[in-house]
Design a protein around this ligand. Structure first.
Ligand code: GLU
Length: 430
C-alpha cells in the first residue's frame, strides 16, 4: 500500500475489462459494472484523549446491490485511499457472486492508525462513522463487517450507535459481531479456514499430499493466523511467515525449516499481528527481510496481507517448488505478475474466491440473526466448507472447459451472475 503509483481501482477495472471482452458484455452493462453505484465521503470529528479535536476522513462505497444488500468490511488504515475502497467494494461484488450468496458488494474505510489510537478514540471514530452514513446503510441496504485493523468490538460500537439513531434492535445490520452479541461461531476463523478449504481442494486436484506440502505465508493477522492453524491441522508445514513490525515501521519474515507451529505463532503475536521478536528468537525462527516470504522453497504461497504484494518486481523470485498460490488477501497480485504466474504454470486460487469464507460466514451470521437462533460451530464450519468447496470446483470446471486462467474463470462466473441480475431487474439490456 505504500507504493503511491499503484492504483488498486485501476487494477480492478483492468481485470474487469479483460473478462467483459471474453463475455461479450454490452456497453451499458460494462459502464455500470466497472464503476461503483454510489459512494459517500465524509468527515468524522473526534475529541481526542489530549483534549484536541481531530477530523478523520471516512468512506463507504456501494459498488453493486443487484443481487442483495451491499456487503463488505470497514478498514482502518493510515494509508487508506478512496480508490482502495472502490477496488475492494468492486471485489466484494464478485466475491459474493462467486460463492452465490444473496448479497452485493461494498466497502468502507477511515484514514486512521488504530495502532496509535486509544480504545476510546477508536470508539468515537466508529460511532462518528455510522452517524454520518446511518441513513444509507442497514440490514436491507448495506451491511458492514470487520476488515483490516477492525474487529468485533468496533462492529458492536457501530451497531450500538446505529440502533440509537434508528430506535430499535437491528442485529442484521452488521456482521463479525462478538459471539453472544449476535455474532456467529466460526466467524473469526472463517476467512483463514476458507482459504485452506480451497488449498485442500487445489492440492487434491494437483495430486499433492497436503502432509508433504509446505507453505510460506505473507501476513500474520486474522486471515493468516487461521489459515496457518488449519493448514497445520491438516498435516501441512508452515516454513515462513512475514509480519509488519510497527516499532521498526517495516516488515520481517520469520522462517523455520522445521515448521512454525500455529500455537507458537498465536502465542507470539499482538492484536495487530506483529510477532514478538524475542519470542521468535527463543523459538529459533530466523529473522529475514520482509520480502523473503516470496523466495521460500515452499509448495504453497499464501499472500494474506494486503494489495500489490506480488508484482512485476518480485514475481520472478518465486521458486520452482511453488505449485500453488492461494490469495488470502484482496488484490495481492498485479495483472503484470499474473502473466508470469500463468507462464510458470502455477495454479492460482484467486482472491475473491480464496478469501470468500469471511463474507460467507457473515451471510450465515445474518441468517442466524434473522432467525434469532444460533448454530453450533461445527454446523457453521461444515456449511462454510461446503459453500467454498462447491465454488472452488465451479471455478475449476469453468477454467478447464474454457481453457482460461483461474482468475478469469472466477470472474466469468461472478460477472455473468451480476450482469444477469442487472438485466433481470431491467437496469440494462432490452
Ligand atoms: N472484510 C471481509 C472481506 O473482505 C469480510 C466482509 C464481510 O464479511 O462482509 O471479505
Amino acid at each position: 500500500m505504500s507504493d503511491k503509483s499503484f492504483n488498486p481501482f485501476k487494477m480492478a477495472q483492468q481485470q474487469f475489462d479483460a473478462v467483459a471482452d471474453k463475455l461479450n458484455l454490452d456497453k451499458a452493462t460494462r459502464d455500470l459494472l466497472r464503476n461503483p453505484m454510489r459512494e459517500y465521503h465524509f468527515t468524522i470529528p473526534v475529541k481526542m484523549d489530549d483534549g484536541t479535536v481531530r477530523i478523520f476522513q471516512g468512506f463507504r462505497v456501494q459498488h453493486n446491490d443487484s443481487r442483495g444488500p451491499a456487503k463488505g468490511g470497514i478498514r482502518f488504515h493510515p494509508e487508506e485511499t478512496v480508490d482502495t475502497v472502490r477496488a475492494l467494494a468492486t471485489w466484494m461484488t464478485w466475491k459474493t457472486a462467486v460463492v452465490d450468496i444473496p448479497l452485493g458488494g461494498g466497502k468502507g474505510g477511515v484514514i486512521c492508525d488504530p495502532r496509535v489510537l486509544s480504545m476510546r478514540e477508536q470508539e468515537q471514530i466508529c460511532r462518528g462513522w455510522v452517524r454520518q452514513i446511518a441513513r444509507n446503510v442497514g440490514p436491507v441496504q448495506d451491511v458492514p463487517a470487520p476488515d483490516v485493523m477492525t474487529n468485533g468490538q468496533h462492529m458492536l460500537w457501530i451497531l450500538d450507535e446505529y440502533e440509537h439513531i434508528h430506535g430499535g434492535q437491528y442485529p442484521g445490520f452488521i456482521t463479525g459481531k462478538p459471539v453472544g452479541m449476535g455474532g456467529s461461531l466460526g466467524r473469526t476463523e472463517a476467512t483463514g479456514y476458507g482459504v485452506i478449504y480451497t488449498v485442500r481442494e487445489a492440492l487434491k486436484h494437483l495430486g499433492i499430499d497436503i502432509k508433504k506440502a509446505t507453505a510460506s505465508v505473507q501476513g500474520s493477522g486474522n486471515v493468516a493466523q487461521y489459515a496457518i492453524q488449519l493448514f497445520s491441522k491438516l498435516g501441512g508445514k508452515v516454513i515462513a511467515v512475514s509480519c509488519w513490525d510497527n516499532k521498526d515501521k517495516k516488515a520481517y519474515t520469520y522462517a523455520c525449516k522445521e515448521g512454525i507451529s500455529s500455537e507458537k505463532l498465536l502465542g507470539s503475536v499482538d492484536k495487530f499481528g506483529t510477532i514478538d521478536p524475542e519470542k521468535a528468537k527463543k523459538y529459533g525462527w530466523e529473522k529475514l527481510d520482509g520480502d523473503a516470504w516470496i523466495e521460500q522453497e515452499a509448495t504453497v504461497l499464501i499472500p494474506a496481507a494486503h494489495e500489490n504484494t506480488i508484482n512485476a518486481e518480485n514475481v520472478n523470485k518465486i521458486k520452482a517448488s511453488v505449485k500453488l498460490i492461494a490469495e488470502g488477501a484482496n488484490g495481492p497480485t498485479t495483472p503484470e505478475a499474473d502473466v508470469v504466474i500463468q507462464k510458470k504454470g502455477i495454479f492460482l486460487v484467486p482472491d475473491f474466491l480464496c478469501n470468500a469464507g469471511g463474507v460467507t460466514c457473515s451471510y450465515f451470521e445474518q441468517v442466524q440473526c434473522n432467525m434469532n437462533y444460533f448454530w453450533p460451530k461445527e454446523e457453521v464450519l461444515e456449511k462454510l466448507d461446503s459453500k467454498m468447496t462447491s465454488a472452488f470446483h465451479a471455478v475449476l470446471k469453468m477454467a478447464q472447459d474454457k481453457k482460461v486462467y483461474n482468475r478469469d474463470a472466477a470472474y466469468m462466473i461472478a460477472i455473468q451472475r451480476v450482469a444477469d441480475a442487472c438485466r433481470l431487474r431491467g437496469w440494462v439490456g432490452l
